[in-house]
Ligand binder design. Sequence first.
Ligand code: M7G
Length: 315
Amino acid sequence: MDFQLNRFVFERVLNEDLATHSVALLGTLRPPSSETSYAQGNTAIVRIERTALPSFTDGLIATAKLVGNTDIYAWMVGWLSHSENKPDVKINVICPATEVHIRKYSKQQIHIVRETPALYERIVRPYIDAFPASRTQWIEEIVSGRSEAENILFRSPPEADPFGFLILPDMKWDLANIASLYLVALMVLPNIKNLRDLNRSHLPLLRSIRREAANIVKKRWCLEATELRLFVHYQPSYYHFHVHIVNANHTGLLGMTVGQAHILDDIISLLELDDPTGPSIFQRMTLSYGLGEQHGLFSTMKAAQAEFQESEESS
Ligand code: M7G
């Protein structure tokens, strides 16, 4: 095929995939000269995909603009060359980064582990309790109004306590592109640490997060409630209850992996069906999820998996 990109006449976007940074365009190919024409038609599809960034980016970013910052975290957009166009990259900076951050962002193999309620009590709860308060200082900064105050989209009234929450843009979002809209609902108080702590008494809170998230995106960005994917991570990075609120079409994100992301609607439904008298379903069930080899829970949880193999072999 004789093809030069400058002969492509754009007609419409067929698809845009934010996860692979690719776009598929439909158009036509102008013939090289007025005399020639294409016997079999000139409809053309052009798919453009961003190539991998060089591993050493020093000097690569020509300009960067701060989007937001809280505590040790800052996020910005950047341009690879000096231009007025949309930014080329999104940049996150953590400084000073802790050992936990370094491990989280290092390349690693994932293993699926099963966490029974007994393993939660023996291994996971002590792990969570050992985190210093500084780990969630950024949440304290936001809740107290010292950071990101201008970005708060919803704050529940004081009478909502102890189940008050606020909704604001997540630092994963560039605040510009609705296709990648990403908000987070953060509990005001640190009394719910994770999925395992949820019980039927939290149903009004969870329904209220679902309702307010839908109200906000409708009012601000004209998105329907059905265009949102609300989910909770287990294991999360931060043990202070929060809900991820993401454009339903923004798929393929790492944090949406099966096992890690629990859709809020299912959590609500499980609690609605739960036995109101005993311990909650999330205290009784075995939860399975992927753990990277660098995760602080990895060695103990991996060693504990041998117990399952033994009981399966004997049954
Ligand atoms: P998570 O499930 O604990 O961990 O979610 P993850 O980072 O592995 O997804 C915490 C969520 O809070 C994530 O979506 C973060 O991007 C977001 N987040 C983290 N920090 C430190 C900030 C922050 O300082 N500001 C805002 N707005 N969001 C944050």
